[in-house]
Write a protein that binds this ligand. Structure first.
Ligand code: FE2
Ligand code: FE2
Length: 265
């Protein structure tokens, strides 16, 4: 995406949106929790049956890297959006993401330490952090797509992964993530209707590329070898994209009919 980042004045947000940002910020300030107390009780970490420990650690590590990238993104959003109520919420989100990263890092300490970011995923994150253009593209990429994906994936893992420490940690993380997604969707529903259709279509195409880049590691068989066939992994990615497209339509990026037709220009 090209062009300078748009700076938005606070008057461009509706009073109702601003009230709800305040409510979400207050919730974020109240609902803080301590990673040290959650994982420090000496309870054993349970690796899923038939899964090598190094693979389990590699997958959990991707969440850690996603958290760190999201905290970076929030700092950039503070620079791009000139509005104290948005800043107030984003400060709570940075605290949340920092805490999530700490929780994953502590958990990974019991599994031999954090592993490297998957090359495709890391590159997709770095490229997205460099997007210029309106901050709405970042919100769609991080608050709707990535955080929505984290919620979707954690809900699935929660079902199949037996570790009680992981479950407890992720119940708390998912509660925070739901608040972040709510913030992003409110911001987008308020501001996207005032954006030109051509600009919204350009963002949609950017998100499409981002999703393929994020999923590249999964298809390239680097972090779930032998667990699923390539066909099943492709289906998982396709289901995810449909899920995220519904969310894009829901916040007013494009009418759902255009999205299902691939947002033909
Ligand atoms: Fe997070
Ligand atoms: Fe988040």
């Amino acid at each position: 995406m090209t062009g300078p980042v748009n700076h938005m004045s606070k008057s461009s947000l509706q009073p109702d949106t601003r009230d709800r940002f305040n409510d979400l910020a207050v919730k974020g300030e109240i609902q803080r929790w301590q990673p040290a107390t959650l994982i420090g009780g000496g309870e054993d970490i349970t690796v899923p049956r038939l899964m090598p420990k190094r693979l389990y650690a590699a997958i959990i590590s991707q969440f850690l890297h996603g958290e760190r990238a999201t905290a970076k993104l929030c700092r950039r959003l503070i620079g791009a959006i000139d509005d104290p109520v948005v800043h107030r919420f984003l400060v709570t989100q940075i605290a949340d993401e920092t805490r999530h990263a700490e929780a994953y890092a502590r958990y990974l300490d019991h599994l031999g330490g954090a592993r490297a970011v998957d090359a495709n995923f890391g590159q997709a994150l770095n490229q997205a952090l460099e997007w210029s253009g309106p901050p709405q593209a970042w919100m769609l990429g991080f608050h709707v797509l990535l955080e929505g994906e984290a919620l979707r994936t954690l809900a699935d893992f929660q079902e199949f992964w037996p570790c009680p420490v992981f479950r407890r940690m992720n119940a708390l993380i998912s509660r925070d993530e739901a608040r972040h997604v709510a913030f992003g969707k409110l911001f987008l529903r308020d501001t996207l209707p005032r954006m030109a259709a051509a600009e919204r279509r350009a963002i949609y195409h950017q998100l499409d590329v981002f999703w393929r880049d994020v999923g590249g590691g999964l298809l390239a068989d680097t972090w779930v070898p032998g667990i699923f066939t390539r066909g099943l992994r492709q289906r998982w990615l396709d289901d995810g994209w449909r899920h995220h497209c519904r969310a894009f339509a829901d916040v007013g990026l494009l009418p759902s009919r255009q999205i299902s037709e691939g947002a033909a220009a």
